[in-house]
Design a protein around this ligand. Structure first.
Ligand code: UDP
Length: 244
């Protein structure tokens, strides 16, 4: 009789996964959202959820709309930012739909009320969903202009007591310089908040970064093109760069 290997033990019980809007677009495509990419992300999330990890996802909106530079488009920054927040709702709906296709129970919570589309963000309810094994998708950013979805990830992670933020990007970690321009650029396996600050390494925007630092939320920056990275990061394997 073949023995089933035991389920690997995750290092983190509750995580925030930050997915930028750009990550949902296929390079060179004119479509803002690639169904294949969204499906692949959904599959990766399912695998991690199946390990018993509580997952809250914060999605960006940069593939559809970014607030800055608002003045170029003849509009106020706040208006442009609200448009950006609405863009994140579109992405969140795409992700929710693919997750549910795969049989993952999800709840989307929005920071800007739109009752026909998603639940309002209610911290205690979000925590309850997570405890019930539902994947929670946070959309509409913080609900405030002049912020970013990285800040949203930092804020929500602090609010729900997540043990780590996994920041999925298109580079495989944090480098001493731009690896595309400087052949001597080295990748950090781990780095402290202070070192990242003094070396001016752009991990997140400054508001997001200081929230993480003040509330001691570690950040793992990693490349999401490698399909095992989210899982490996959750299992505590060396993936990307850990800021702590
Ligand atoms: N945004 C905002 N407040 C927030 C979060 C987002 O005003 O709390 C707006 C902002 O204009 C931003 C846009 O939404 O440019 C899309 O979010 P972001 O640029 O963070 O998305 P990403 O780069 O992760 O795709």
């Amino acid at each position: 009789m073949s023995k089933k290997s035991p389920r690997p033990k995750p290092k983190y019980k509750r995580i925030v996964l930050k997915i930028s809007g750009e990550a949902l677009r296929e390079a060179g495509s004119k479509d803002n959202i690639s169904p294949q990419i969204v499906r692949s992300i959904a599959q990766q999330i399912k695998e991690v959820s199946d390990l018993g990890v509580e997952i809250a996802v914060v999605v960006g909106g940069g593939n559809i709309w970014r607030g800055l530079p608002a003045s170029n488009r003849g509009m106020e920054r706040s208006t442009a930012d609200y448009m950006g927040m609405l863009a994140t709702v579109i992405n969140g709906m795409a992700l929710q739909s693919q997750l549910e296709e795969l049989g993952v129970t999800t709840r989307t919570q929005t920071a800007i009320r739109m009752d026909n589309v998603a639940e309002p963000f209610i911290r205690r309810r979000a925590i309850r969903h997570l405890e019930q094994g539902r994947v929670v998708i946070f959309v509409a950013g913080t609900g405030n202009p002049f912020f970013s979805t990285d800040t949203t990830a930092a804020l929500r992670a602090s609010e729900i007591g997540a043990q780590v933020i996994l920041k999925a990007t298109k580079v495989d970690g944090i480098y001493s310089a731009d690896p595309n321009k400087d052949p001597k650029a080295v990748k950090y396996q781990t780095i402290s908040y202070v070192e990242a600050l003094t070396k001016r390494l752009q991990v997140m925007d400054s508001t997001a970064f200081s929230l993480c630092m003040d509330n001691k939320v570690p950040i793992i920056v990693f490349d999401m093109m490698n399909k095992n990275n989210i899982k490996n990061a959750v299992l505590g394997k060396k993936v990307g760069t850990l800021v702590s």
